[in-house]
Design a protein around this ligand. Structure first.
Ligand SMILES: NC(=O)c1ccc[n+]([C@@H]2O[C@H](COP(=O)([O-])OP(=O)(O)OC[C@H]3O[C@@H](n4cnc5c(N)ncnc54)[C@H](OP(=O)(O)O)[C@@H]3O)[C@@H](O)[C@H]2O)c1
Length: 257
């Protein structure tokens, strides 16, 4: 029997944009209640209002920087009563910074990527999972990347962070094997979101050119994959799902018209 999402509580990090935002809408459409988090609270509030009006589910928006461990601990451990049981955690918050050769790259961007994509994911996981363990049920869905399977030039640190997400996912699955908590990773190729705008420090033209002549994935495509993972019957787990645009063969080969 498929896992029913109606009435479940889903915590999504990085829900102010892109994949996280689409995932919030997709869970709400299934009748799940949401805790949506990111740093840009005004965006979350607008999303929350829209989702509540559209789907009638309960939404708690919370301003949260996943890199701030104490803030994460306080937020996750002090969720308001009706949101205090997290059934599904979607570790989505993440970013790329720059696309430069390692010997020319800006180390500040390395810190941001490592702090967000690896340590941020660890922070949220560390404080959300104990209650799942105590209850004997839960599901953690990480958003990795094709960059966690193959490394490409100019992406040493981003690829390293996503290889880390893969390793963390695999270890967690072992740690939680006897606890009734499932662990999955959804690993996309190119998705047109704000990702490239952030990667190129706000250069929208450069960001747009990443998708020149090809049809990238959308946030909705990835949200669909997340919902597929979350709705498998309790005895089945999607360990890993790689999802690519049809014209992207791997991390570096694309077909552009
Ligand atoms: N787009 C792609 O091609 C692609 C491919 C593979 C994997 N991914 C992965 O998908 C995930 C989502 O990216 P996206 O494509 O949807 O990009 P996006 O549109 O830029 O969204 C990124 C989200 O992460 C949040 N975020 C960034 N730093 C944060 C922090 N320190 N604390 C809390 N939230 C933070 C942002 O919110 P605030 O700025 O409001 O905090 C935003 O909501 C990332 O993990 C990314 O690595 C993306």
């Amino acid at each position: 029997m498929k896992t029913e999402l109606k009435g479940k509580t889903v915590f999504i990090t990085g829900a102010s944009s892109g994949i996280g935002k689409s995932t919030a809408y997709a869970f709400a459409a299934e009748g799940a209640n949401l805790i949506i988090s990111a740093r840009r609270i005004e965006r979350l509030e607008a999303i929350s209002k829209n989702i509540t009006e559209k789907f009638g589910v309960k939404v708690h928006s919370v301003q949260l920087d996943v890199t701030k461990r104490e803030e994460v601990k306080k937020t996750v451990e002090n969720l308001p009563g009706e949101f205090s049981i997290i059934d599904i955690l979607v570790n989505n918050a993440g970013l790329g910074r720059g696309l430069n050769k390692i010997y020319e790259d800006d180390p500040e961007g390395w810190d941001e990527m490592i702090d967000t994509n690896i340590k941020g994911l660890l922070n949220v996981t560390r404080f959300a999972v104990p209650k799942m363990v105590a209850r004997g049920s839960g599901h953690v869905i990480n958003i990795g990347s094709i960059a966690g399977h193959e490394a490409y030039g100019g992406g040493a640190v981003y690829c390293a962070t996503k290889h880390s997400v893969k390793a963390i996912t695999e270890s967690m699955r072992i740690d939680l094997i006897d606890k009734g908590v499932r662990v999955s990773t959804v690993d996309p190729g190119m998705v047109e979101t704000e990702f490239s705008i952030v990667r190129f420090y706000g250069d929208e033209e450069k960001a747009k050119s990443v998708y020149n002549g090809l049809e990238p994935l959308t946030g909705e495509d990835i949200a669909d994959a997340v919902i597929f993972c979350a709705t498998r019957p309790a005895h089945a787990n999607i360990n890993e799902m790689i999802i690519m645009p049809s014209v992207q063969a791997n991390a570096f080969v694309t077909y552009r018209k």
